[in-house]
Structure formats: C-alpha cells, structure tokens
Design a protein around this ligand. Structure first.
Ligand code: HEC
Length: 160
C-alpha cells in the first residue's frame, strides 16, 4: 500500500504544474471577460429596459377600437382626444416606457374614481392613444402586463 501511495503522490506532484497554470489562465480570462462582454450583458440583463418602441405594432386595431369606446364612456367628460395626441404629447412622453403612461392612467384616472376600470381596459385606452398618434397597429394586443409594457419605449413617429 505504502509502495503504491508514494508514486501516486509523485505523479500528482508532477501533474501539479500544468494544473496551476490552467486556473491562472482562467483567472486572467475571467478578469478580461466583463469589459468584453458588458455590451451584450447589458442587453441580456435588460429586463425592464425597453427593447422595442411604440412604432413596432404593439397593439391591435380591434383593441384600439375598444379603447376608443371606453375613452368616450369614461374620459371625455374631462378630456378631449387631442389632449393625448400630437407633437406636444409625444414630446412630453418621449423616451418613457409605455408602462409609465399606462400606470399613470391606471392609478390616477378617471380623476374622480382612480383605478376603477379593469387593467385590460386601461391597456385598451393606451392602445387607443397610440392609434390617435398614428402608430401602426399589428396582430398582437397590448397586454396589461407591467414587464411587457416596460419593454416598450415611447418614441416620436418615424417621420414627424
Ligand atoms: C373627472 C375628470 C376626469 C376624468 C373622468 C378623467 N380625467 Fe384624466 N385628468 C383629469 C385632470 C383634472 C387631470 C390633470 C390634473 C392631474 O394631473 O391630476 C388629468 C390628467 C390626465 C392625464 C395626464 C395628462 C398629461 O399630459 O400628463 C392623463 C394621461 C389622463 N388624465 C388620462 C385620462 C384617461 C385615459 C381617462 C379615462 C379613463 C381620464 N383621464 C379621465 C381629470 C379627469
């Protein structure tokens, strides 16, 4: 047994050198990795960081229609559609996640009964506001889901 162990230790001692240099190479590699990978990581870690914008067909025409009906029923008592469209409105909201507009309306409107509508209806109204600003409709509806709304940035129309 003893005779067997000694060569084994010796063997380990001989193999030690290459194994020392491998981890140190890895350490150098890991140290270099963050600066190289940070642009990609920033995108992957984005989560709530907007990855699309309101020009990317983020609502459907049928949804905007529902939103218009809800708007007429609930909002026109105090607002006109023109208040939520045009260059001034877009300039005020430019760069914000669409979630911010959704959340403002959901938590403060209608002014006399905040939060009284279903989340879906607030999303429909936001879709209507996008339509008012001539952003393109698509196949998918705008979901009343915070994470997906946070992923959509409000941008000016392509050619103002
Ligand atoms: C009873 C009156 C009333 C009703 C109904 C009402 N609002 Fe308002 N809304 C206000 C008032 C007053 C303000 C401005 C004062 C403030 O910011 O609280 C406002 C502000 C807003 C703003 C912010 C405007 C901006 O440019 O920052 C939005 C967006 C809005 N309302 C959307 C809606 C929507 C959508 C509805 C329907 C679901 C609605 N409001 C219903 C009274 C109302």
């Amino acid at each position: 047994m003893r005779a067997h162990r000694r060569p084994a230790i010796c063997l380990y001692g001989v193999k030690l050198k290459p194994y020392i240099s491998l981890p140190s190479l890895l350490v150098v590699g890991v140290a270099l990795l963050p600066p190289l990978a940070s642009p990609g990581l920033a995108q992957n870690d984005a989560g709530p960081q907007p990855s699309k914008n309101v020009r990317d067909s983020v609502y459907s025409a049928a949804q905007a229609q529902r939103g218009e009906t809800a708007f007429r029923q609930t909002c026109t008592e105090c607002h006109t559609p023109s208040q939520f469209s045009g260059p001034n409105f877009i300039a005020a909201w430019r760069g914000a996640p669409l979630y911010q507009l959704f959340d403002l309306i959901r938590t403060t409107m209608p002014n006399d009964f905040p939060g009284s509508l279903p989340a879906q209806t607030y999303a429909d109204i936001v879709a209507y506001i996008l339509k008012l600003n001539q952003y393109p409709a698509g196949q998918k509806e705008l979901a009343p889901d915070p994470d997906s709304l946070k992923a959509i940035r409000i941008e000016p129309p392509r050619s103002p």
